[in-house]
Design a protein around this ligand. Structure first.
Ligand SMILES: NCC(=O)CCC(=O)O
Ligand SMILES: [Mg+2]
Length: 352
């Protein structure tokens, strides 16, 4: 503990030593009074993080009983389906309400159309079935986009070097349907094609999936912070060009509101801003403007920065993790997709 003038500086409400000087500033208002000790800080605390706020993304891969570390995401593994079920159990024990699934698709199964995305027995669908069978009360979110399945690493179909919006949307509807049939609770389109939320809602309703929710990646920015995720799903090497014709320009803020407004009009139950830390202003604007359940994705690069600095002993990783997550709550987020979910939930459990 730091010592200043012979007493711990944290103990501001300790008796004043007789030798202390009389106050020299004539202050009526002293904001520091409310910070004088832990109980006082707890009393005036405006925001809290709980396990209820967390969605835990998991990477699934083919095989049996294997966990393969993702090099650029220390502490995160690719999981075979049986291991994903074990992590689902951990989520249940930690009171994490929902997990999210992302597949590493074998290169031999990737093609230019992302055909594997609509295979009702693909890795994601297998995982949903296995997890729901053991833990029917755990929420399961499935990402809808073609990038884990295409040989070119893009989220959409391509013709003459251009991403085809409407043709892609038709495939995404089929992808959402196989996921819903497998038992997915929340469909989360992350592709940023125009009109996909409305089309998916219509498709789900027509097939009788009235209760399947949609969480739209409504304001998803073209970001450098997705790098480690592309390692994890194996699209880093294959991705040609960038995603700037569909993901948003990081310079824009009003545009995020227009995107969110459209997705709500098309039937999104929840909206998301992604990435997180560089876009806290967007989270705040979205929450204030629409008062919708608003989520934020603390993406792989954000996780990697904190994990790497912590691993090098440059920052206190646990405190940085909790501070970053609380920052999302302060910015107005109702929930956070984060690879830190299990560590944060463990920490919250210890704190009681
Ligand atoms: N559609 C999901 C992602 O793109 C996640 C990105 C990340 O974690 O970097
Ligand atoms: Mg949109």
């Amino acid at each position: 503990m730091a010592i200043k003038f012979g007493r711990p500086i944290e103990m501001r409400d300790a008796p004043r030593p007789k030798t202390a000087l009389a106050p020299s500033l004539d202050l009526v208002v002293r904001p520091r009074r409310n910070r004088k000790s832990e109980w006082a800080r707890r009393l005036v605390r405006e925001n809290v993080l709980t396990a209820d706020d967390l969605i835990w993304p998991l990477f699934v891969v083919d095989g049996h009983n294997k966990r393969t570390p993702v090099a650029s995401m220390p502490g995160v593994d690719r999981l075979t389906v049986d291991q994903a079920v074990r992590d689902a159990e951990r989520a249940m024990k930690l009171n994490i309400p929902c997990i999210a699934l992302f597949p590493y698709t074998e290169p031999s199964l990737r093609d230019e159309f992302g055909s594997e995305a609509t295979n009702a027995d693909n890795l994601v669908c297998q995982s949903v079935r296995a997890i729901k069978k053991e833990f029917p009360n755990l929420g399961v979110l499935c990402d809808v986009a073609l990038d884990p399945f295409t040989s070119h690493g893009h989220d959409g179909l391509i013709e003459d070097g251009k991403i085809l919006n409407d043709e892609t949307v038709a495939v995404l509807v089929r992808q959402a349907l196989v996921q819903a049939e497998a038992g997915c609770d929340i469909i989360a389109p992350s592709d940023m094609m125009d009109g996909r939320v409305g089309a998916i809602r219509e498709g789900l309703d027509a097939a009788g999936f009235l209760d399947v929710q949609i969480m739209s990646y409504a304001a998803k920015y073209a970001s450098a912070f997705y790098g480690p995720f592309r390692d994890a799903i194996g699209s880093a090497k294959t991705l040609t060009g960038d995603k700037r014709t569909y993901q948003m320009d990081s310079a824009n803020s009003d545009e995020a509101l227009r995107e969110v407004e459209l997705d709500i009009a098309e039937g999104a139950d929840m909206v998301m801003v992604k990435p997180g830390m560089p876009y806290l202003d967007i989270v705040r604007r979205v929450k204030d403007t629409f008062a919708m359940p608003t989520f934020v994705y603390q993406v792989s690069g954000e996780y990697a920065m904190i994990a790497a600095a912590s691993g090098n002993g440059w920052i206190d990783g646990e405190r940085a993790m909790m501070e970053s997550l609380l920052g999302f709550k302060r910015a107005g987020a109702d929930g956070i997709l984060t690879y830190f979910a299990p560590q944060a939930a463990e920490k919250l459990k210890q704190q009681g």
